[in-house]
Every structure is written in structure tokens, then in C-alpha cells.
Design a protein around this ligand. Structure first.
Ligand SMILES: [Zn+2]
Length: 275
């Protein structure tokens, strides 16, 4: 298990049939009314930049800065974190692929069911922070599923106008299982990923914090002044590919690439090479 220096925050216990789990949880209720937002990290247990950033975000905001309620769950996959893996070692499942989970399943099914029922279902925005697993090499990006409903589309436009991220994927495809599920329930969802190969560099953590500030601001959940200097490149699809290192999982790494619809199908417009 990696030793991370993290600020202390309160905990909550998820009482699951497969065994209870204690995980960090805190919330800030703003002085002014506003939306309910949930921020998670550590869905992939080995994505440390996101885990650190989410802890620091809780320390960063105060009730006078927040409008509405912001909840922080900086380490969803506690078992994966202890094992140093993206997936849960208990049942071999990836929390991010289990949605919305179910009550009578294995550990990860239940955990995600608990997360959805307790903290996502009644939120109007879910921000999920990722940090590039021990297997992933990528260019930092913000990822949004192109929403079908008006209110969420308005927020997505605002975020595209204000974010300082260099790469945004405004995806036409329901890339993740929860994309269309959440959209049908009018819950806005933003996934952001910065960092790679299981590192937790300060610059990546700071980037995730700034992107979260901008996202919360675009949603009207915090008071914040954006000052971006450049427009992002907006892609409408992502793919990830394996490096040709055979079956040796220790050496096999994923590369993320984004694909623009203006380019012929299958053309790679941004392939992110290994250092
Ligand atoms: Zn991830």
C-alpha cells in the first residue's frame, strides 16, 4: 500500500451485506442556497493524484465560498487502494464499470449501489477525479457525455467556455456505463483525469483542483473567478490502446487517444506516447 500524506477528514461507514466499509467522507454546506454536488476520487484505487486532490479540495472550500452542498468521497475503492490496484481485489471488479450497482451482488456491486443511492441519486452534479493508474499513460483531459437535456447542456456549454483544460472530450458516445443512465436522470457528470503511471505529482494535483474549481463555478456551486488563457481542443470520442508489450501486465500500459469527427474514421489525431 502506498503511503500518502493526506489531510484528515471524517469518515462514513457503508453497511454492506458483504461486509461494512469505512471510507473518507465530508461535506460542506454553503451559507447561500445552491445545488447539491458530489465529488468522488479513488474509484480506481491506484489513481493517487485524484485521491490527494479530493482531500485537498475539502480543505480548500468554506461555507462562505460554497453555494449549496458539496460532498467529498476521496477514496471510493478502499480495498483497491490498499492493494495498489484500479479494481477491487475482493471480487476483481472495477467500480467505474459497475453502475448503478445492486444490493444483492458482490462487494463492488453493493458498494456502487450504496454510493449511488446515498450520494449520487439526489445530487445534480457528480465530479469524478482520476489520476492515471499504474498502467495508464495519458494526456490530461476533462470528459463529458454530450447531454440530451437542456439544463445539463447549458452547464456543459458554460464549462467548455471557461475551463482551462487543454483537452476536453465532449463525447457523442456513452463511453462509460453510467453516461446515459445519469443523463436520463438529469444528473450532470464530469470525469477529469490528470497524472499517469500511478504517480501523484504536485502539478497534476493542482491541475485537478483548478479544473474542479472551474467546474463548480460553471455549475454555480462556488464563487470563483476564472482566468483561462486558451481554448481547449474539443474531441468527441476517446479510445485507449495497449502498448505492444505482450501479456506481461507489469509492462503493459494503456495509451489514451482522442478522435475528432472532422478527421476520417479511425485516424489518430492525438496519440499519447510513452516518455
Ligand atoms: Zn481512472
Amino acid at each position: 500500500m502506498l503511503r500518502l500524506t493526506l489531510p484528515s477528514i471524517p469518515h462514513v461507514t457503508a453497511e454492506l451485506a458483504a461486509g461494512s466499509v469505512r471510507l473518507p467522507f465530508a461535506e460542506i454546506v454553503g451559507r447561500e442556497p445552491g445545488p447539491t454536488v458530489t465529488i468522488t476520487a479513488g474509484m480506481d484505487g491506484d489513481e493517487y493524484a485524484g485521491i490527494v486532490a479530493c482531500h485537498l479540495l475539502y480543505k480548500r472550500y468554506t461555507p462562505s465560498k460554497v453555494k449549496g452542498t458539496i460532498r467529498f468521497l476521496p477514496l471510493v475503492n478502499v480495498a483497491g487502494f490498499r492493494a495498489g490496484t484500479s479494481k477491487s481485489p475482493i471480487d476483481g471488479k472495477y467500480p467505474k464499470f459497475i453502475f448503478p450497482g445492486r444490493a444483492n451482488g458482490t462487494h463492488t456491486d453493493e458498494l456502487m449501489h450504496w454510493l449511488y443511492e446515498t450520494y449520487i441519486k439526489d445530487a445534480s452534479l457528480w465530479i469524478d477525479l482520476h489520476g492515471g493508474s499504474t498502467q495508464e499513460k495519458l494526456t490530461p483531459f476533462i470528459w463529458l457525455y454530450q447531454s440530451k437535456n437542456t439544463a445539463v447542456r447549458g452547464f456543459q456549454r458554460e464549462l467548455l467556455e471557461t475551463t482551462s483544460a487543454a483537452v476536453v472530450v465532449h463525447d457523442r458516445h456513452p463511453f462509460m456505463r453510467y453516461s446515459s443512465f445519469l443523463d436520463s436522470r438529469r444528473i450532470a457528470h464530469v470525469l477529469m483525469e490528470c497524472g499517469d503511471l500511478g504517480t501523484h505529482r504536485k502539478k497534476d494535483i493542482i491541475t485537478l483542483i483548478h479544473w474542479t474549481d472551474e467546474t463548480l463555478s460553471a455549475f454555480g456551486a462556488i464563487k470563483h473567478n476564472s482566468k483561462r488563457r486558451q481554448k481547449p481542443v474539443i474531441y468527441t470520442a476517446v479510445k485507449y490502446v495497449y502498448t505492444p508489450n505482450g501479456d506481461d501486465m507489469k509492462r503493459t500500459q494503456l495509451l489514451w487517444r482522442c478522435i475528432d469527427p472532422q478527421i476520417k474514421k479511425g485516424d489518430v489525431v492525438a496519440a499519447y506516447g510513452l516518455p
